[in-house]
Write a protein that binds this ligand. Structure first.
Ligand code: NAD
Length: 327
């Protein structure tokens, strides 16, 4: 039944959405349209921002061209056309190249531009990017994200920002087109530091969840039943209830599509390399981080670098099965 209260509710909802929509609109540059960059850039365009995109893989830009985005031929051209630019590329050397290569962003970025790096990189790389940006007369924030592909698709990412508070305020409405939370972690590099801590935990907990479910299977307990128990018990993790590594338990996760990523083993190994480097720089003991790194490195060395990191379950299961056969 339509009541006055439901009309008021609907009207204020539409008004709020309208305001959010307007607040988001801007000329935005986006570099790196992979598993994360694609859904993030899609949210920006769907919320009314005009986008200029660039990726070294020309196939990645096609769907954006069809939606009316301008396809640039270099990062320099992106900087020429936009004063808000995001980068979302695999690792530190790629970001440095996009910023300061011969056709990089900093060759054409204008005063007033804010460059935001969403890639997961070493906090010292973020500091280097700030220095390079400031030398070129533009602003920089590290803005890495948590929540992985499911949250990127849903527009519910968490942004961990490092840099000046007034810059974070300036770009907050843009970030909220793609996410639910914007957290100012501190000075430049603090966003990357928080991100790398989160990912060390994620990497360890994927192995913990995988070895638990592989052990359960070795003991004759159905991993689906074990997952149900974990998810109402103290053993619950994001990996058990949102990104389960065992095929047949959840839909729309990499384990349901033969471990097509998602989040590649080679990227989580890169992140653990960064967290171990940060640990040695700060004298922090991270024994589980070191062990997790050795396991993801072994997966990469065995040809699984391009698979999703939840393949850890299959990798460990083979070892459990080998052990059971031996006894
Ligand atoms: P991806 O490999 O799927 O995408 C990277 C994209 O960058 C590709 O389209 C590639 O062609 C493009 N690229 C590489 N070099 C480039 C260059 N010089 N110029 C322009 N484009 C270039 O990786 P992803 O999973 O989307 O991850 C991107 C970043 O986000 C990484 O730093 C990763 O660690 C981080 N991250 C990933 C996830 C995840 O779940 N996949 C979650 C959070 C953060």
């Amino acid at each position: 039944m339509i009541t006055l209260r439901s009309i008021v509710k609907l009207t204020s909802k539409s008004l709020n959405q309208g305001l959010h929509f307007q607040k988001c609109q801007a000329h935005v540059g986006w570099i790196g349209l992979g598993f994360m960059g694609t859904p993030m850039a899609n949210h920006l365009i769907n919320k009314g921002n005009s986008l200029v995109v660039y990726d070294i893989n020309s196939a990645a830009v096609e769907q954006f061209k069809a939606k009316g985005a301008v396809v640039a031929s270099s990062p320099a051209e992106v900087a020429e056309k936009c004063d808000r630019v995001f980068t979302m590329v695999p690792a530190d050397p790629y970001v440095i190249e996009v910023f300061s290569g011969s056709n990089g962003l900093l060759t054409k970025a204008k005063k007033g531009t804010i460059l935001m790096d969403c890639s997961t990189v070493h906090p010292n790389t973020s500091k280097k990017l700030l220095q390079l940006s400031n030398d070129a007369g533009v602003d920089f924030l590290d803005t890495p994200v948590a929540g992985a592909v499911p949250a990127a698709n849903a527009g519910t990412l968490t942004f961990m920002c490092g840099g000046k508070a007034d810059l974070v305020k300036k770009v907050e409405s843009l970030l909220l087109c793609m996410g639910r939370r914007v957290i100012h972690c501190g000075d430049t590099g603090a966003g990357s530091a928080a991100k790398i801590c989160n990912n060390m935990m994620l990497a360890i907990s994927m192995i913990g969840t995988s070895e638990t479910l592989a052990l359960a299977q070795g003991l004759g307990i159905d991993p689906k039943m074990m997952t149900e128990i974990l998810n109402i018990s103290s053993g619950r993790t994001w990996c058990s209830d949102t990104y389960n590594p065992v095929p047949g338990i959840m839909e729309n996760v990499p384990s349901a599509r033969d471990y097509k990523p998602g989040f590649k083993v080679e990227l989580i190994a890169k992140d653990l390399g960064i967290s171990q480097s940060c640990a040695s720089l700060t004298d922090a003991p991270t024994p589980m981080g070191a062990l997790a790194l050795s396991i993801y490195k072994a997966m990469t060395n065995n040809g699984h670098g391009e698979r999703d990191f939840s393949y850890a379950y299959q990798f460990l299961l083979k070892k459990v099965a080998g052990g059971v056969r031996k006894s």
